[in-house]
Ligand binder design. Structure first.
Ligand code: B1M
Length: 231
């Protein structure tokens, strides 16, 4: 569709289902302004932030991922989709992170060395903040040294690591092995996540748990902190 045709679409006139489909298209086409507008419209219509996130944004990104895998979309286009997704996430951030409660725990999180994917990690950070955790986000491409430095400086309860590539996920083991070597592994709850991981991998590298998505990350963090405090 041309820019002009896009300008003709009045997003606010679309019923919910069509608006969500339009947002999938807009995410695919990397149209940040439209994603921001669509996100706001759904919220104004009373949608919960998590519903907007799951049905409009994450589902749209899943479709982008399929065509990226199949060689229909390329890195520059997917970067624009990611940028549009982040536009929507910025609107949802204060809603997802809304909490008046005292922090119930602290987490340091970062994407591992060699990996620049950060959308999923950012979502985990937001949802953890929303559940009352203090989050220190180290960003992307973290070597073991930056995790160690952050653990030393912030003394968190939880270390979270994210990896989206099969080539970078083994680096999580490098970090955990280093914690073991330094005798500090048991000082932290280590949670890992990212699309190519699974439970078996989490166990094999010595993490405390693999988290399938941001909601599971929150539940797991709460359960592990409760266990640790009870012990
Ligand atoms: Co990339 N990429 N990418 N990419 N990219 C994938 C991951 C890929 C699956 C696409 C595909 O082929 N279908 C594929 C990996 C294949 C593989 O290794 N098996 C891939 C590839 C190959 C690449 C490049 C190598 C491409 C190239 O250059 N030829 C390159 C690598 C760059 C690098 O990192 N060194 C690359 C680059 C990029 C972009 C920069 C263009 C962009 C990233 C932009 C950004 O993040 N700022 C990008 C994107 C956007 C994707 C896809 C399309 C979408 C990822 C995403 O944001 N998903 C992705 C395809 C896919 O995953 N379907 C793909 C939405 C997000 C909400 O989900 O990240 O899974 P996810 O996070 C979830 C859970 O996994 C979990 O919770 C999150 C929320 O529910 N979770 C955690 C994640 N981290 C967690 C940490 C935790 C807990 C839970 O800690 C406690």
């Amino acid at each position: 569709m041309s820019e002009e045709e896009y300008d003709d679409i009045d997003l606010s006139a679309l019923p919910d289902e069509e608006l969500v489909e339009q947002m999938h298209d807009d995410l695919y086409d990397g149209l940040r302004d439209e994603i921001v507008e669509g996100t706001q419209i759904l919220l104004d219509r009373g949608w919960a932030a998590t519903k907007v996130l799951d049905e409009a944004l994450v589902e749209g990104m899943r479709i982008v991922g399929i065509d990226f895998r199949d060689g229909i979309l390329f890195v520059p286009e997917v970067l624009m989709s990611a940028n549009a997704m982040k536009g929507g996430m910025e609107i949802l951030r204060p809603l997802l992170a809304e909490t008046g409660a005292e922090p119930i725990g602290k987490m340091v999180i970062g994407t591992v060395k060699g990996d620049i994917h950060d959308i999923g990690k950012n979502l985990v950070s937001m949802m953890m903040e929303g559940a009352g955790f203090e989050v220190i986000d180290l960003g992307i491409d973290n070597p073991v040294e930056s995790y160690l430095e952050a653990l030393e400086q912030h003394q968190p309860d939880i270390l979270g690591m994210s990896a989206l590539l099969t080539t970078t996920m083994p680096y999580m083991k490098v970090v955990i092995d280093t914690l073991v070597e330094q005798g500090i592994r048991d000082d932290y709850i280590v949670l890992v996540g990212g699309a190519p991981l699974n439970e078996e991998f989490g166990k094999a590298i010595g993490a405390d748990a693999y988290c399938r998505d941001a909601a599971v990350a929150v539940e797991t963090a709460q359960a592990k902190i409760a266990e640790k405090r009870a012990a």
